[in-house]
Design a protein around this ligand. Structure first.
Ligand SMILES: [Fe+2]
Ligand SMILES: [Fe+2]
Length: 442
């Protein structure tokens, strides 16, 4: 016969085993929730959704009736609710913290605080009534790497039992995941904000650069009283050519800058040579012809956002047939941007009055450009330029750039659109020189 005491011991063992089994299944359940939470935090890209799901997982895994998750704003000293469940409409969306609360929460770290034991803190005094009304029992400051990033509010358990130490540990483990998700989000926002600031700074810098370039162009043009506005116009024509060639925004900007600055070397040429009211002699011409090389020297040490600007200055008087200066380069040896600026430059020279001659009529100028395509100018650049003008003449562009630069009357020369179209149709897309050199290399 078993002794009474033995029975009690056996009962005790059975109860203990039962308790262990219960604990184990609870543990398995909670760890499942924890794993799910970890996965949720790691995989969801929608932050709000992550927090909402996380709150539901905590409440669900511990059988808690109501609760909420808040994010802490350092600047506003507020806890802003991100997700709530069962707290009712009167629960505030933002809860203020004072300096003392912040200090205490940091000292407390990521550990659950029982609302009923925390009445000494100003936060629980200010919101005591609300917490009572919603029967909040547990408050967990989300302290991650010595920084409060948020808080979790938890109501009573469905069983009505108090939170056990074990429950609190689970809440803390889950809180760590949620806190990390908030901290990560904060970091991301900060990076986004910084990159926004950087972009703004970059835009400001670009604007400063553009203004400086324009100021330089104006300074160059000031020196030459007969070709007033020449650099600015060459910049604008180069920009149009870049657009017509299908370049991207950066490249088009680069073309404009190259045009604005192409004659910067003229700043060192004597004013009387630049402003000579007659055709200059050989000596003066040699002096003037130094301006591309000088321009290159001025521009090369500057860090331009567009690499070819100094090259455009150096080679804008080269010709495809090798009869240009300063180096007498042939077609493919000439940097492309210099070919663009060369056409823009020549076009402006032909279409503006000089002290010793009037500007030439539009039809004549376009005939000249066509005739010299493949000799002085790259044919595809001439075609692009013609297309730009034709688009405007046909009313396909909103801004009437050519009309502004050349005057209405000039652009309305009789038969201009027809002759331009004919020229365009007659033109070969590459220069004869290019074809010859291709044949040679083949
Ligand atoms: Fe020039
Ligand atoms: Fe020029």
């Amino acid at each position: 016969m078993p002794h009474d005491n033995d029975l009690k011991i056996e009962d005790f063992h059975i109860a203990n085993l039962k308790g262990l089994a219960e604990k184990r299944s609870k543990l398995v359940h909670t760890f499942g929730a924890l794993a799910e939470l970890g996965h949720e935090v790691a995989s969801r890209s929608n932050f709000q959704e992550t927090i909402r799901t996380s709150l539901h997982l905590i409440l669900g895994s511990l059988g808690i009736m109501r609760g909420g998750v808040a994010r802490y704003s350092r600047f506003e000293h507020e806890l802003n609710m991100l997700a709530v469940r069962g707290l009712g409409d009167s629960f505030p969306l933002s809860l203020e913290l004072c300096y003392e609360d912040e200090r205490q929460f940091l000292t407390n770290g990521l550990a659950a605080i029982e609302v009923s034991q925390a009445a000494v803190l100003p936060f629980f005094q200010v919101y005591g009534r609300t917490f009572d009304d919603t029967r909040l029992e547990l408050f967990l400051p989300l302290v991650i790497r010595d920084e409060t990033v948020g808080a979790i509010f938890l109501g009573e358990k469905a069983t009505g039992e108090p939170y056990t130490t074990y429950d609190k540990e689970i809440v803390c483990a889950m809180g760590r995941h949620i806190g990390s998700a908030i901290a990560q989000r904060n970091l991301l926002s900060e990076i986004e904000c910084r990159s926004d600031e950087n972009r703004k700074l970059y835009d400001d810098l670009k604007m400063t650069y553009a203004d400086t370039v324009k100021a330089f162009a104006a300074a160059i043009d000031c020196k030459d009283k007969y070709t007033e506005g020449h650099s600015v116009r060459v910049g604008k024509y180069s920009e149009i050519i870049g657009q017509e060639l299908g370049w991207n925004a950066e490249e088009v900007e680069g073309a404009a800058v190259a045009g604005y600055l192409h004659d910067v070397g003229k700043l060192t040429v004597e004013r009387k040579i630049i402003n000579a009211p007659y055709r200059i002699n050989a000596k003066e011409s040699a002096e003037l012809n130094k301006h591309p090389a000088v321009g290159f020297e001025i521009l090369a040490p500057i860090h331009h956002p567009y690499a070819d600007v100094p090259l455009a200055a150096k080679y804008h008087h080269e010709r495809l047939d090798g009869h240009g200066y300063p180096d007498g380069l042939y077609d493919r040896q000439i940097p492309y941007i210099a070919k663009v600026v060369n056409l823009a430059d020549s076009f402006d020279a032909m279409t503006t009055d000089r002290p010793y001659r009037r500007r030439r009529p539009a039809n004549e100028v376009f005939e000249d450009l066509q005739r010299n395509a493949g000799k002085q100018f790259a044919p595809e650049i001439v075609s692009a330029f013609f297309r730009g003008i034709l688009n405007e003449l046909n009313g396909e562009t909103k801004e009437k750039k050519f009309r502004k630069l050349l005057g209405r009357e000039y652009m309305e020369a009789e038969g201009l659109a027809v002759s331009l179209r004919n020229s365009l149709n007659a033109m070969t897309p590459t220069s004869n020189l290019t074809m010859i050199s291709t044949a040679r290399s083949a």
